[in-house]
Design a protein around this ligand. Structure first.
Ligand SMILES: [Zn+2]
Length: 423
């Protein structure tokens, strides 16, 4: 490949060694979630895939060198999609990590005034401009791993002003960056300190003021709730979802992360777009999620980084025909990684997904979770030309590389937005 002469917005990507085509979701998806084509070319028009050449033909018959980007035998996948991230924070939390290494649990540290509260103090003290700058750096970080679209949550402000400030900062950063962002209001992350004695008062604030204002300013596509002991109850989650639905926002849920709760039932009842974590979800819950078309967002990085060993029953979810996405849960406390290829390794090793299933979950699964499966997540004709070129022979190499891989070139809507060297 010669990036000096390859065009930045080519008509063709030629000499593709392997082209991975995640398939749109269907009842028979899991028999072959990703189709592979060998030695092909792609034609791009207006930022979308127009045509795919036949196998065994690395260049189109009418190729003109000045219009072609030569992939030089590399593997091509869609841009990766991270369906669950918390990028609006200020400082890292490595001191807390050291405490956990010494044996304290995440919940013990939170009960002792650490954990999420540390991030809340940071966001409340920062102005919107500072947050925007930090978010931009993190969007670069995602792009480095081949991620071209993300879902991103607020949730470290936890007041009317600070939640809206977080979402405005996110919106501003997304306008200035090629990574596409689906914003989520997570005011219901934890109950903030000033409402410790009156958690329902905080839920009132969320429903009466924060959700309507976020909807009015078009700052969020979804509303998320952390449903867990120590966070929000089932009835509180239901109140928040009722408000979200009235204002036309989609519902998401953090649930069953540390214990089995009512997450699957509520997600099904409210037609939630996603149910996330779901590490403790049982068979009945998996059935509900599958039957109701709720995308399960798997977050093995959080399980691993918290030193736990109870991973979601992803194999059963696939066997029962669930839509699954696989995400980093990027956040400063429980999962500071932005590497979706590393999450593919964990999903294969700890959840026994195949590399093809894991790739589907970080592409088309992510697109389902972002409610964009009509235009993102694959490279079939008509889909957006968000493309990664990898120095890899086939898709198995991505989880095998164990985080030791980044794409060589990334395209967003047909334009080169990153040309990187493998670390
Ligand atoms: Zn999360």
């Amino acid at each position: 490949m010669n990036t000096e002469t390859d065009p930045v917005a080519p008509r063709y990507i030629t000499h593709i060694g392997r082209l991975a085509l995640p398939q749109p979701f269907s009842g028979s998806l899991w028999s072959e979630p990703v189709k592979i084509m060998k030695d092909v070319w792609l034609e791009i028009k207006d930022g979308q895939i127009l045509r795919i050449g036949p196998e065994g033909q690395p260049v189109p018959p009418d190729e003109n060198d000045s219009e072609a980007f030569n992939a030089d035998g590399m593997m091509v996948t869609p841009g990766l999609i991270d369906a669950h991230t918390h990028p609006i924070f200020v400082d890292s939390r490595q001191a807390e990590f050291v405490r956990r290494c010494r044996g304290e649990t995440y919940q013990q540290i939170a009960a002792d005034g650490g954990g999420i509260i540390t991030s809340i103090r940071g966001v409340r003290a920062a102005d919107q401009e500072k947050l925007s700058g930090l978010i931009l750096e993190r969007l670069d970080g995602f792009l480095n791993f081949g991620v071209t679209s993300i879902e991103a949550k607020s949730g470290y402000g936890l007041s009317f002003e600070d939640e809206l400030k977080s979402l405005r900062a996110l919106q501003k950063s997304a306008e200035d960056h090629p990574v596409e962002v689906s914003p989520t209001l997570l005011a219901a992350h934890v109950v903030p300190p000033e409402f410790q004695d009156n958690p329902d008062g905080y839920v009132d604030l969320i429903c009466r003021d924060i959700i309507p204002q976020a909807a009015t300013e078009k700052l969020a596509e979804s509303v998320d709730v952390f449903l867990e002991d120590g966070a929000f109850s089932t009835s509180q989650a239901m109140r928040i979802f009722e408000t979200a639905k009235k204002t036309g926002l989609a519902c998401r849920l953090h649930a069953d992360q540390f214990s089995l709760g009512a997450g699957a039932r509520i997600a099904a009842e409210f037609g939630a777009l996603t149910a996330d974590h779901m590490d403790y979800t049982d068979e009945a819950g998996i059935d509900k999620l599958a039957e109701n078309g709720v995308t399960v967002v798997l977050l093995p990085g959080a399980v691993f980084f918290l030193g736990m060993d109870h991973y979601a029953a992803a194999r059963r979810m696939v066997e029962k025909g669930c839509r699954i996405a696989l995400s980093t849960d990027f956040n400063p406390g429980s999962s500071p990684t932005q590497s979706l290829p590393l999450m593919m390794s964990l999903a294969c090793i700890k959840m026994h997904l195949t590399p093809a299933e894991a790739l589907w979950a970080v592409t088309m699964g992510g697109a389902c979770a972002l409610n964009r499966s009509d235009r993102l997540g694959t490279l079939l004709p008509g889909y957006q030309a968000d493309v990664c070129l990898w120095d890899a022979e086939d898709i198995d190499f991505l989880p095998y590389a164990y985080g030791n891989i980044t794409p060589e070139v990334v395209f967003k809507e047909g334009e080169v937005v990153a040309a990187l060297l493998t670390l």
